[in-house]
Ligand binder design. Sequence first.
Ligand code: PMP
Length: 466
Amino acid sequence: MHKHMFDPAIRATPRLVGQEQRVPTADGALRRSINLDHAASTPPLVAVREAVDRFVPWYSSIHRGAGYRSQVASRAYEGARAAVADFVDADDDQVVVLVRNTTEALNVLARALPPGLRVLCSSMEHHANLLPWRAHRLEMLPFPDDPAALLETAAATLAGPHPFDLLVVTAASNVTGEVWPIEQLAELAHAHGARIVVDGAQLAPHRPVRMREWGIDFLALSGHKLYAPYGAGALIARRDAIADGVPLLQGGGAVQRVTLDDVVWSDLPDRYEAGSPNVIGAVALGVACDTLAAFGMEELAAHERPLVQRLRAGLRTVPGVQLLDAWQDESIDRLGVCTFTVAGQDHRLVAAALSAEHAIAVRSGAFCAHPLVAHLLGLAPELPSAQVPPDRPTGAVRVSLGLGVDEQQIDAFLAAVGSLAAAGPRLAYAPDAVTRQLVPRDDARDWPELGIRLSGARRGSGAPCL
Ligand code: PMP
């Protein structure tokens, strides 16, 4: 395929909905919001929203509908499946199962595979790629200090006396942004007769994913992290492995025949798509895949890398800020996902003040990867939370980049972190009754008037649309 160098004059970065959105800060000002929480979820691409708007008048139930619109919608749904397959370079012997998100994809897979598999799993996983595997015979890899140690331990463990069926890893950490050596891990797994399951939730929005070339057997991803937050995600799986599996979701659409005491499940992929599918979500996901592929994931990565360096270098210069990296080597490829603590400051308060005082959106906590975050914070990963000493932080702040983030936004973020690290928040904070997030104690801000119910807001009391 012909490749361009990243050059905004040749190809503009795909635009996001809401990029100009202004939000109120606690001082009463309206400021353009800086979204640095893309690892949690992304806004839609403008192209995705426009495609959804074009499709909605044609929306209809799919597959079993006789109407013309149902025929169109069925084709759009199957077109989305093909777009996902192309985006991740799936093999012909792999099938795309459309699901809600990465969590569902991995649960569907863990259930579909024969029970009692021997599974070797990394300790740095998101809970979504950890908990479903506990239904099998699970063994955990130790926390690796660098990719070489990871490969070494994985090789030694896979070569042990009891063969493993599966190696389960992330493609990139949602806490540290470190990119994993997937191709080598796949080679190792295969050399020892195992298959590899890869959590692609974080990698897919930032880097090309090449299932065929890298030898990935199973992959999970989420549309809402891939600029298509309409509720669809995907499992891409080897057909032979799940062709006869038990579906996690059981019901209409997944069956060929049902009697009062028996069922014959459908062929792939319907077997794993019981219930009326999320056609609009699938269309959105397919369009996001096509739009990002047309722009070029290599270009996108090339655009992001200097921003990641600027962010990390800047954070390092802030007194009191400690980056939480699992791997120290600066030459390792990292996504725009970076987690840190601020000495003497509660992570929740830092995130709250960045929002209320600076209009900067980040996330704080343990990012659904409790064992990893405990490890990075120097807490024993198996320590029950009740026994964590009260003076030790139990979470951190995560900043994550995506399309539309520029140098000015990173510099504004670094300045805000600098002032918070030096002087702390200006305001006093307390938990919000609805979200339980910290918000300013005397918060006079109105909620926007969106014509929808906002929990906890008085009806008609909203601010005009911002
Ligand atoms: N894996 C990783 C690496 C993630 O970052 C996330 C989302 N934080 C998930 C899995 C779960 O994704 P979802 O919530 O879309 O199911």
